[in-house]
Design a protein around this ligand. Structure first.
Ligand SMILES: C[S@@+](CC[C@H](N)C(=O)[O-])C[C@H]1O[C@@H](n2cnc3c(N)ncnc32)[C@H](O)[C@@H]1O
Length: 724
């Protein structure tokens, strides 16, 4: 019972006691534990291209997204609307016969509430091809990430190896929007809005991660670090969450009357068996600090610190017998039962002296390893006699830990001989780099956001500005710890900003010939001051002259294009070199391919799969791994019965009654990874899938047969099934 229950029970007045008990019960029922924040109205999705129809919700293009009307009629370019009933306050009386308002059709924009079904399609915008066309393509999707994540959930549920995100830090400096409104420092709800926004996206992102072995990396600064930490613990209860502090500005960013801020944080959410792969750097000490530094590889065998007393591990209390004349260990004695006096043990030969684990305060201690392991170590030269302290009349014993023995095996430490007593003589290898365990504080000059972020971006896109790109090398380092041994890794960033993550993935691939693939999502927002300037010119979101200045079109795609081709948007070679684990001119570009899509939403009337096949094709290409050029239906070409373009790694059967045609198309085909079959009949799908595997499985190892339902929504489940 809680203290308060005890106190209530002590109240003498029964009426007061009962009333207080009832109040407390009610308070407990309404109280949330863990991270507490206000729920916010679901976010709204603007559909600037959709034509308003009866029943749609609309807002004014230049008004607030949350100020919505419901369309009653559309006639002669005029939309007549009423205020919708406020569903969030069901007790509010319906605004029956509410006053109608009319707008010009171009003045308003359709919006959908998160949770209302919508029909996504990826519209191809552009491509950059500079690598083997048959290789996997990186993908950039211009979209609000909530809907893009829902789509990715269909494409890659459980398949993603690493998600790296750098969300808006909620600094109060109008650096992100909730429901299309910039959130600033005066917004009393800014923390809970941010948490609502993040929670919705993290829940979708979780579905993408491979439950057996994957990692989510989230960067953040001091404004939201604590709330984010709690949110991650709450949303990923089965994962291990660790935070790393990273110095990203060695001079510090000014904080009035406070310490200047030099660092930010990375949360690593380890899913399943995910583990850090050491890469050579400890991340704390710059490599220069290690140069010329002599490190003693031998450790004292006498245990210090916790559990260091004889009684803590009696089996580790035994003597080394030392020949003081020849200065060598003669042999290792047996452990002495607790309570027995070491002075009672006679030497195995006259003239030998005992070296017991005696601590500096003269109390009895214990060794680090058993007598048996010590004997083995003595024979192999990994246990040796240390220094003699004349004042105390005592010898010390040294040994090599397992970590050092492993380094000898890896070739990082060379054995150059044995000394007179048989102990190994060691030398740090000059050719094999030392594998150090990375620690939780990173202090790397290369991670500075200025040099590794803004300067790199400036070289790629001269004259274009983007606030706070991450250091390319900081992202590369963070990813390397998890995908170094996964050359086929799928990496997602759904707050992609200037596209640093894909750039880092391309660098990793170049270093080891990997085929890792980056899928990036970013919206096409313009900065707050730019939005005001564009609106003053009479422009509105959705206008080409507005959209061209958005992040995705103006920064992300051009940046990645410049990185891949080695040319700036003006066609000039990119100036400068990459200076990191490797050094080469940025103008060399990368052998990589990138497909750029915009997430659009299909008209409600065209949502059967067959009718929207042209629009769905990019989704099928992505689901099949985005390998090789993306096949398209030629203009004017009708939807086929079987879609099996030459060279593609997937085939689609659109008419289930024509299985024979599919089997014909599969004959002699190799390099297939997916066969899609459109059918609503689950049983006949199973039979067809078995037949397909039987016929084509041997020539196409790992072939997946996937069912597609005729109903578009059943397949894509987008914006369907709750907004929370
Ligand atoms: C802090 S920046 C990421 C910077 C990036 N790591 C880089 O190095 O350039 C966050 C980005 O997320 C984008 N963003 C914010 N909210 C979004 C949303 N709901 N959907 C998609 N992108 C969003 C913003 O446009 C912004 O560019």
């Amino acid at each position: 019972m809680a203290a308060i229950d005890d106190l209530i029970a002590q109240i003498g007045d029964p009426r007061l006691r009962e009333r207080l008990a009832a109040e407390w019960k009610a308070a407990q029922a309404s109280r949330k534990f863990g991270l507490v924040f206000e729920d916010h109205l679901p976010e709204l999705l603007p559909l600037p291209k959709a034509r308003p129809r009866r029943g749609d919700l609309v807002c004014r293009r230049l008004g607030r997204l949350t100020e919505v009307w419901q369309v009653k009629s559309v006639k002669d370019g005029v939309v007549t609307c009423v205020k919708p009933r406020d569903e969030t306050h069901p007790s509010e009386p319906a605004r029956a016969a509410a006053e109608t308002v009319s707008f010009a059709v171009d003045e308003v924009m359709v919006v959908r509430e998160f949770g209302e079904p919508i029909f996504p399609a990826l519209t191809p915008v552009d491509v950059v091809q500079n690598g083997d066309p048959a290789a996997p393509w990186h993908v950039l999707i211009e979209a609000d990430n909530y809907h893009a994540l829902q789509l990715l959930g269909y494409l890659y549920a459980g398949k993603v190896d690493c998600i790296y995100i750098d969300p808006p830090y909620n600094t109060g400096a109008r650096d992100w929007k909730y429901n299309n409104d910039y959130v600033d420092g005066n917004d009393a709800w800014r923390h809970s809005k941010w948490l609502s926004m993040m929670q919705r996206r993290l829940r979708l992102a979780k579905k993408l991660l491979n439950p057996a072995d994957s990692v989510l990396i989230v960067t953040i600064d001091e404004k939201e670090v604590h709330r984010l930490g709690l949110l991650l613990e709450q949303e990923f209860p089965e994962a291990r969450v660790q935070m790393v502090t990273s110095v990203i500005n060695h001079s510090g960013v000014a904080r009035e009357k406070q310490f200047y801020r030099a660092d930010e944080y990375l949360f690593f959410v380890f899913i399943g068996e995910a583990a850090v792969t050491p890469t050579g750097q400890d991340m704390l000490n710059p490599p220069e600090a290690e140069e010329g530094k002599k490190i003693d590889l031998w450790r004292r065998l006498l245990r210090s610190g916790t559990g260091a007393r004889r009684q803590d591990s009696p089996r580790l209390f035994y003597p080394f017998w030392i020949d003081p004349v020849r200065k060598r260990i003669h042999s290792v004695g047996d452990d002495l039962p607790l309570g027995a006096n070491p002075d009672s043990v006679a030497p195995p030969e006259p003239g030998l002296v005992a070296c017991w684990p005696i601590r500096s305060d003269d109390s009895e201690g214990r060794w680090q390893i058993s007598a048996e392991t010590a004997r083995k170590g003595l024979a192999e030269g990994t246990v040796k006699l240390g220094a003699y302290t004349a004042t105390r009349g005592r010898w010390s014993i040294s040994y090599l830990r397992n970590a050092e023995k492993e380094r000898i095996q890896r070739g990082e430490i060379e054995v150059v001989g044995r000394d007179d007593n048989g102990a190994l003589i060691l030398k740090q290898s000059e050719t094999v780099e030392r594998v150090k365990n990375p620690v939780t504080v990173w202090n790397q000059r290369s991670h500075n956001a200025g040099a590794g972020g803004s300067n790199v971006l400036r070289a790629l896109l001269p004259g274009r500005k983007f606030p706070f790109p991450k250091s390319l090398y900081a992202v590369e380092d963070a990813l390397r710890f998890f995908v170094a041994n996964k050359p086929e890794a799928l990496i997602v960033d759904f707050f992609a900003g200037s596209g640093t993550t894909a750039h880092a993935v391309m660098r990793l691939n170049r270093q080891d010939g990997g085929r890792r693939r980056a899928v990036l999502v970013t919206n096409n927002e313009v900065a707050a001051d730019e939005a005001a300037a564009l609106a003053a010119q009479g422009l509105q979101p959705g206008d080409e002259d507005w959209e061209q200045w958005g992040i995705c079109r103006y920064i992300t795609f051009p940046r990645l294009k410049a990185a891949i081709t080695g040319k700036t948007p003006d066609g000039a070679p990119v100036k400068g070199d990459y200076k990191f684990t490797d050094a080469f001119p940025m103008s060399a570009g990368f052998a990589a391919n990138l497909a750029y899509f915009r997430l659009d939403f299909l008209d409600k009337d065209r949502v059967t799969l067959k009718r929207a096949f042209r629009e769905i094709l990019p989704l099928l290409w992505l689901k099949a791994g985005a390998v090789g050029p993306r096949p398209e239906l030629a203009r004017g070409e009708a939807e086929p019965v079987v879609f099996a373009p030459a060279g593609s790694n997937f085939v689609v059967l659109l008419e289930e009654s024509r299985l024979a045609r599919l089997m014909q198309a599969l004959q002699g085909r190799t390099g297939l990874s997916h066969v899609f079959i459109v059918t609503d009949a689950d049983e006949s799908f199973k039979a067809m899938a078995a037949e397909v595997r039987e016929a084509a499985g041997a020539a196409n190892p790992g072939l997946q047969v996937v069912q597609l339902y005729r109903d578009y929504l059943v397949n894509f489940m987008i914006n369907h099934g709750g907004a929370k």
